[in-house]
Design a protein around this ligand. Sequence first.
Ligand SMILES: Nc1ncnc2c1ncn2[C@@H]1O[C@H](COP(=O)(O)OP(=O)(O)OP(=O)(O)O)[C@@H](O)[C@H]1O
Ligand SMILES: [Mg+2]
Length: 429
Amino acid sequence: MNENADTTERPPLLIDQVIGQEHAVAVVRLAAKQRRFVLLIGEPGTGKSLLGRAIAELLPPTEAFCVASLENPDDPSCPRIVVRPRAELEAEQKKERQQERRETFSHNYLLSLAAGGILLLCGWLLIRDRAYGLSLAGVMALIWLWRLRKPGRTRASGRAAKILVERKAGPAPFIDATASSEGALFGDVRHDPYQSGGSESPPHALVEPGAVHRAHGGILYIDEIGNLSVEAQKLLLTAIQDRSLPITGRQSGSSGTLIRSEPVPCDFVLVAAGNVEDLPRIIPALRSRILGYGFEVLTACTMPDTPQHRRDLDRFVAQEVNKDGRIPHFTPSALALIYEEARRRSGQAGRLTTRLRELGGLVRIAGDLAIQAGLAQVDADQVQLALRYAASIEEQQLALPAGHDVSGLIPEFSARLVHSSSEFPCPRR
Ligand SMILES: Nc1ncnc2c1ncn2[C@@H]1O[C@H](COP(=O)(O)OP(=O)(O)OP(=O)(O)O)[C@@H](O)[C@H]1O
Ligand SMILES: [Mg+2]
């Protein structure tokens, strides 16, 4: 037991904060070094998301770049995609704007000269010969010339590149695409209600990147991967195979479906997670791709009850206290009850649970109770009390005779929670 639990430092790297998942940690370190895919399968709250975020910290930092869509003069419905440092892109854009302004100016200048000439000629013919017919023709020519002018400013701003992804030099991004719609995951093209008449948006300005594109150079994390539709999984497979994916409109009936950009880079490390029940819902081709270019890892739901793992639990409690920021640290006797509860929740002799989210809940409740009691440290009494509050509905039901008042039974129930492990088998409580 760590006497100095309140001074336990929270390790700066997330990977060093992971407890009881030695195998998963070793795999994740290797995957990050080699930029391999990872499928994390395990019980809820065993640290899968934590491991996913940890990989992002281990990846080498990325350089600054922008991915931008540009007008494609040869095929406006297929916007061009470029990857450049921002300064370079802005310099290119500036040069292009200057060139365009020059072209517009000389075009409109020539038209103005022609219009001036026609105007003079018409005036002269009108005064000298009263040639009304020719003058009318001159006015028609002026209208025609007016229509030929280049509006310049509006078109020039419409041609500005649209930045889809901008990355500053620094840590690799971690993009959590859990429960994203297909549009949010793979990008979309916005519907343009004004499709003609000069007020329409240029197609490249309607392109919106998806999570796969924003994760370029970093991690794409998808939890509950089994909930992704088969079509979405196939598209994900295409994205990881090609390391690029064009953006097209995804809402049927939208004008965006007529637009399909050039391929947009999406070279990411896929970290997918789920429960064992999700496995049959992952398409075999995707699993094969992950196994071929990465790892499948089953996170442990218990760990051996060793002095080292008890020290790890001390660290876990200190981490949760620091993370919460509002609750005090735990005394050794409070920690002893936490070990006891971790042992009980494992449901096996000589083991401790690694379903640490739920154990973290117990830590927070005990901390809240200590704050309520005005204490500077969490003591065994608060953990004891917290065990009553942290009970699940099923546990509360088990403790109640039919129709009995809940509040009256709580102390008795609490005693059963602490002293009986057979009644509430873990890990499936
Ligand atoms: N192995 C662990 N080591 C340290 N902390 C953990 C661990 N497992 C869970 N935790 C704590 O629980 C929180 C939730 O864990 P996490 O979100 O990573 O679980 P998960 O496995 O992704 O759960 P789910 O299946 O519900 O998505 C973490 O932020 C951390 O505070
Ligand atoms: Mg998770």
